[in-house]
Every structure is written in structure tokens, then in C-alpha cells.
Design a binder for this molecule. Structure first.
Ligand code: SAH
Length: 461
């Protein structure tokens, strides 16, 4: 095979995240040579024409040019007109049942590779809602092609710069789309420029929207640089005049002159209402501020937490650690049934919210610590009987994992948003005396390749 040439092949395997594998066979004088080519976005069973974009001894990569035959899993037309262009969704040509099948198999094969003894793989739990499930979105201002008109939406598939208008997005409630329309129309009519990531010039950067699934409360934040003086009064009025299903409870203007392409705040100005929403899950109430972590699919999170609670098991007289606790959702769910729960979370704002939430829910047996798990666990005097882990995508820092294992607790429940990081940590946990008893995938992100996994580990006698 040669880089830059086109080939035809069939996707024989799918690997997390979003990679199809073609085993390309070449008949040569010295025999048949098989080359493994990774095709981003390839779906099991598709016959494709692809361009070989990378060829190294260990790694070959290709890009789909044409789908010659659909996969047997592709039994549906995409629900969104921007599918294929927008970088948000990947799996809209598959019915939800097929998406779940594909995700389940990907998670199982990752776990099977590292779990050395028999364990109970309990399949996958689907999201209660296939569409309109997201309670948070981050949009960018930009243009769809260089010099094009102002756009507001998500990044174009595979592009760092180009933005696609996503005002027909189906994984959010239509309120999001109506809000985007108003904001985009307003700034277009005022001829206000977006911030160019390359030249570092311009004004409009991002829009962040949070909408609680159960309460319908909405907050909107418009992120700009400080390079212009724009009056937001008319825009606020137009937003508040919208006839939405939910209620706008707050509008903010965030100033960000940082160079990185991420939503952060140098200064936040509340233009209307308040800078948080209330959401309800598992009968508990949560105050969610603009930046604190909260699972993006509220009803899906209930499924995930219920599974985690089942795995945690009997907690009546136990002291539980909830490490990487975010706004304290798991901490509080367990506080209702445990002696005491200790949450540790690095984002101070999330810890403040967690404390406030615990008060709101009348829970007195939980403590929260702000800081890095790696350092904070040295300062906590309590010793856990059980530990729940829910780290970010990269998994657990090896030194932190070492300290966690040294507690020697009887059971741990590990929740992971990236099964490959989980697999890496499971290798260490097994080497250090833990056995995986059960695992279950939970889908909170229909239409995309993301998937959560919950694992129950117990200490070997
Ligand atoms: N359990 C929570 C949050 C899980 S997401 C929930 O279900 O809502 C992972 C969380 O880990 C995030 O809130 C992130 O801010 C936090 N985090 C990331 N690195 C951390 C570290 N080194 N120490 C403590 N918390 C960390």
C-alpha cells in the first residue's frame, strides 16, 4: 500500500473511539500481506473506498472517500440535516438499538482484553431519551468557510476552524436552537466580527447554554473578548421575548481574552437573572452553576447512578469516598443510605455547589474537599470502607491510584467515560489484588460514539 493512493475495503471491526478497521490484503510475489488500516468513523460492515493518509510500520490510517455499500447496522436516515458535516454526531445512520449493540461490543472487547478472570459483563443500558437529551451545549462563533458569513454552532467534522450552524440540532431541546437563531441574527445584523483563532482578533467567541431537563430552567452565557464595547440590552430583550418551552432564568456576558480555544471567564457580568439553574435527579435537587461539571444527560445520569448504587451495595454503616465528585451527585445519592460520604473534587466552584446542594437536600453526613485527589487524600483523616471513582477522560493519575489502592477497601466502583483509560487502570488494580466482578456499559450520548462504563471490583482475600 502507498500513502496517497485509493483502495477499497470492508470495515471488519470497530474500536473505541469511532475507529473502523480494514484488514487490507495484497497479493505479492512473496505471499499475501495483510495491512491493518484504521478508518476514523468507519462502521462495521461498510464497504468503502478510502484514501491512505498515513503509512508507518505500526500505524496505517485512511479516510473514507465513498461508501460503496452500507453496513448492516445502518438501517435509518439521519434525523439532522447537518449530519455528516457537523462534528457533533457520528452514529445517526443507525437505529438506537444498533448503536447500543455497537457500543456494547466495543466496551466488551476493551474489557475482555485486560480482565484476566471471569467476570459478569452485563451489557449496555440505553439512554431514556434518544433525542433532546443534552442539558448543556458549548457553541462557537466563526464561519463555515474562510471569509463566509457569521455562523454559530459546532465545529465542522474534522475541522479546527470551520463552524456549522446547528439551529436544527436534534440532540438538544428546540429551545437551544431558537436561542441560537436570535443570538446569531442579532450579531449578524450589527455586523459584529467573530474572534479569529489564527489572527487573535475579533470579538464573538462562544455561547454556552445550560437547560435543566426536569425544571426547564435555562441559562445563557455569551463569551467575547474585551476588544469592543457592545450593548447587550436589545439582545437580552429579544431572548426574553422568545416563546420557549423552558424558562430563561439568567443571561451572562463573559469576557475572555485568553488565547486557548476554550470557554473560560476573566470576568462574568450577569445581564439578567442568575448564573445557575436547578436540576432534579433521583429525587434530589442540584444547583448547577455555569462551569461546574454535571452529567450532560440528566435522565441518562440517573441510569448510570442507579447502576453505580447497585454495585456499591450495602452501605448502611459504611464510610464511602466519592473521588472526582463534581457537584456531588453520587456523594449525595449515597449519603441517603450510608453512614458518611466524603467527596473530593478539584474545581472549587463545583465543591461550593456540592456543599450548597447537600444543604438544599438536608444531608448532613457528607463532607467535601476541594483539591487534587492525589494530594487531598493525604489530608483526610477519615478512612473509607468503600470507594467510588469517577475520574475525567484520562483516568486516574498513577500515583493517586497507588494511594487509593493502599486504603485496601473491600469494594470499589469505578465509573469511566473512556473505556480505554479504564482498561489501563484495571490492569494496575488487578495486579494489586483487585478482581473485576461485574461491568456494565451505560449510554448517555445517543448519536455519538461516547459511552460510559461502570465496574465493580472487590479485593481478593
Ligand atoms: N462524579 C461526578 C463528576 C465526574 S466527572 C458526576 O457524576 O457528576 C470528573 C470530575 O473530576 C470533574 O468534576 C473534574 O473537575 C474532576 N477532576 C478532574 N481531575 C481531578 C483531580 N485530579 N482531582 C480531583 N478532581 C478532579
Amino acid at each position: 500500500m502507498k500513502k496517497g493512493q485509493e483502495y477499497i475495503g470492508t470495515i471488519e471491526e470497530m474500536k473505541f473511539p469511532n475507529k473502523g478497521i480494514v484488514n487490507y490484503e495484497e497479493v505479492r510475489e512473496d505471499g499475501v500481506i495483510t495491512t491493518k488500516v484504521t478508518i476514523p468513523g468507519g462502521i462495521l460492515g461498510q464497504k468503502i473506498k478510502f484514501l491512505l493518509t498515513k503509512k508507518k510500520s505500526k500505524k496505517c490510517e485512511g479516510r473514507v472517500i465513498d461508501i460503496l455499500e452500507k453496513s448492516q447496522y445502518e438501517d435509518k436516515n439521519p434525523v439532522c440535516p447537518k449530519f455528516g458535516i457537523c462534528g457533533g454526531c457520528t452514529y445517526q445512520t443507525m437505529s438506537y438499538g444498533n448503536q447500543l449493540e455497537v457500543k456494547k461490543n466495543m466496551v466488551k472487547s476493551i474489557l475482555d482484553e485486560v480482565i484476566k478472570e471471569d467476570y459478569d459483563f452485563q451489557g449496555i443500558i440505553g439512554s431514556p431519551e434518544e433525542l433532546e437529551y443534552r442539558n448543556k451545549m458549548e457553541y462557537s462563533f466563526g464561519d463555515q468557510y474562510k471569509g463566509g458569513e457569521l455562523c454559530l454552532g459546532l465545529h465542522k467534522k474534522g475541522s479546527f476552524y470551520d463552524i456549522v450552524n446547528t439551529n436544527e440540532c436534534k440532540i438538544v431541546n428546540d429551545d437551544y436552537n431558537r436561542i441560537l437563531d436570535v443570538i446569531l441574527e442579532y450579531f449578524k445584523s450589527q455586523n459584529i466580527p467573530y474572534y479569529h483563532k489564527m489572527s487573535k482578533e475579533g470579538y464573538l467567541r462562544h455561547v454556552l447554554i445550560r437547560r435543566a431537563r426536569r425544571t426547564g430552567e435555562i441559562i445563557i452565557a455569551i463569551v467575547t473578548t474585551t476588544t469592543m464595547d457592545v450593548d447587550f440590552k436589545i439582545l437580552c430583550d429579544r431572548l426574553l421575548e422568545l416563546n420557549l418551552l423552558g424558562d430563561i432564568v439568567g443571561i451572562m456576558h463573559i469576557y475572555n481574552d485568553g488565547l486557548a480555544d476554550m470557554v473560560r471567564s476573566d470576568k462574568t457580568e450577569i445581564l439578567y437573572g442568575r448564573d445557575y439553574i436547578y436540576e432534579e435527579i433521583l429525587g434530589l435537587k442540584f444547583k448547577i452553576s455555569l462551569f461546574s461539571f454535571f452529567q450532560t444527560n440528566s435522565l441518562g445520569a440517573e441510569k448510570l447512578y442507579e447502576k453505580a448504587r447497585e454495585y456499591v451495595g450495602e452501605t448502611k454503616d459504611k464510610l464511602v469516598f466519592d473521588l472526582y465528585s463534581g457537584t456531588g451527585t453520587i456523594t449525595q445519592m449515597l449519603a441517603k443510605v450510608a453512614k458518611k460520604v466524603v467527596g473530593v473534587e478539584i474545581i472549587e466552584e463545583a465543591v461550593d455547589a456540592a456543599k450548597e446542594n447537600a444543604d438544599l437536600n438536608g444531608l448532613e453526613n457528607c463532607d467535601f474537599y476541594a483539591g487534587d485527589v492525589l494530594k487531598v487524600i493525604d489530608e483526610i483523616e477519615d478512612k473509607p470502607d468503600l470507594i467510588v471513582l469517577d475520574p475525567p477522560r484520562d483516568g486516574i493519575n498513577p500515583h493517586a491510584l497507588d494511594k487509593i489502592i493502599n486504603y485496601g477497601v473491600e469494594r470499589m466502583v469505578y465509573i469511566s467515560c473512556k473505556p480505554t483509560s479504564l482498561a489501563r487502570d484495571l490492569i494496575v488494580l488487578q495486579e494489586r489484588g483487585y478482581k473485576v466482578l461485574k461491568a456494565c456499559a451505560v449510554d448517555m450520548f445517543p448519536g455519538t460514539y461516547h459511552v460510559e462504563t461502570v465496574c465493580l471490583l472487590s479485593k481478593k482475600p
